[in-house]
Design a protein. Structure first.
Length: 394
């Protein structure tokens, strides 16, 4: 373990399993922990349960030293782009370190999974399988890999293993030289283990939405997280309102053309026409996702596509390098790291959006911040992205 460990995360919201991951990474020898975290929208193609600075506060209060934002264009573009975007943020810092992640498989198994799933022959066969059977590429590569790597059947059952293998592949593609550290975990992607005080983020979110309170999830949350959730809930800053998101998204999607949808990453094989046809029959974002879903396009992928279209994220944006890195939170050790990274980084590290260079990414961040603010129980700012500052722990 090198002195600095990087953790790619969402913390939507932060829970005991995340705290354990940080603790185990520290125990293995990490002196500094830097999180690369998604912002106000998350990989599931949804608005985050609570805003990014609140989630950065959770991380800093529970063992992280510095939290950097994973650019929005990568967050809602599928696992390979999510991983590549995060790895590129780390690479741009021009520093050595260890990438720490949770997985139910061991490191050697994950390396094999990454190697087989990126083999040109396997990829070609998976494409052919997908065409013949009309299945998603992820399902197709799973089926094809069983012929050359039977152990993949078990490994593919855990989304954490798949994402970890994407990190490994992204490091190879980007030429990012990081050590790897896997924290062994039981797969709890959508699960509940009350005897160990661990539950998945999904289970916690759904419980809080159902009960209109964070209190029932007390056993699964660090005390510092529960306290902030209670305060912000009473203040009206969380949780995001799915109905409000649906109304905001649909009002934008109604206005888009086939060409607009074709410009979104992941839209191919005439999917834009299917989206336009389904839009005519519903006014609800989630019912639209259900209607558009096919064997070839998963529900999660459809959500990512529709949220990307709603926010105005085009596939060409994914080919542009990051123009800046935004700081979301830090403690005193994080301040020292930030000073170091500002000397070495390829791109500026900014504390506020007003410091960002004038570019499309800045406009995207500003617009998405306003749209996210509309989804809160009580909207707070007319220009939230320019008003917010990183969480700083003294």
């Amino acid at each position: 373990m090198r002195d600095t460990a990087f953790i790619i995360c969402e913390y939507n919201p932060f829970h005991n399993g995340h705290a354990l991951h940080i603790k185990e990474t520290r125990k293995a020898g990490a002196k500094n922990i830097v999180c690369v975290m998604s912002g106000n929208f998350v990989q599931r193609g949804e608005a985050a349960f609570c805003d990014k600075t609140t989630r950065a506060e959770f991380a800093i209060k529970n063992g992280a030293d510095l939290v950097l934002e994973l650019p929005l264009k990568y967050v809602v573009s599928g696992a390979p782009r999510f991983a590549e975007g995060a790895v590129n943020v780390i690479k741009s810092l021009k520093t050595q370190g260890t990438l720490s992640f949770g997985a139910s498989a061991d490191l050697e198994e994950l390396k094999l999974l990454a190697a087989y799933s990126s083999d040109p022959k396997v990829l070609a066969n998976a494409c052919e399988y997908s065409k013949i059977h009309g299945t998603t590429f992820a399902h197709s590569i799973h089926k094809v890999m069983l012929e050359v790597y039977p152990a993949a059947d078990i490994l593919f059952r855990d989304a954490n293993n798949i994402l970890a293998s994407e990190y490994i592949k992204a490091m190879r593609r980007c030429g990012c030289d990081l050590d790897l550290f896997a924290v062994k975990r039981t797969s709890i992607h959508d699960s509940l283990f009350p005897e160990t005080h661990v539950a998945s983020a999904k289970h916690i979110r759904e419980s809080m939405y159902r009960d209109c309170s964070p209190e029932p999830c007390k056993p699964f949350l660090p005390e510092s997280v529960l306290s902030v959730l209670k305060t912000e809930w009473q203040r009206g800053s969380l949780p995001t309102d799915r109905t409000k998101l649906s109304v905001a998204a649909m009002s934008r999607l109604y206005l888009l053309s086939a060409n607009d949808f074709r410009s979104v990453n992941g839209v191919n094989q005439g999917l834009e026409n299917r989206i336009l046809q389904c839009i005519k029959n519903t006014s609800d974002l989630y019912l639209l996702c259900d209607a558009v879903k096919t064997k070839r396009f998963t529900h999660a992928r459809i959500r990512q596509i529709l949220i990307s279209a709603f926010l105005g994220i085009k596939k060409e944006a994914l080919e542009r390098p990051n123009p800046y890195i935004r700081v979301l939170g830090m403690n005193q050790k994080g301040r020292a790291l930030l000073r170091e990274y500002r000397e070495t980084s390829d791109v500026p590290l900014i504390m506020n959006l007003s410091e960002a260079p004038d570019c499309e990414e800045r406009s995207l961040d500003a617009n998405s911040g306003q749209l996210y603010d509309l989804c809160r129980p009580i909207p707070f700012n007319k220009s939230p992205e320019y008003a917010i500052k990183p969480y700083v722990s003294e």
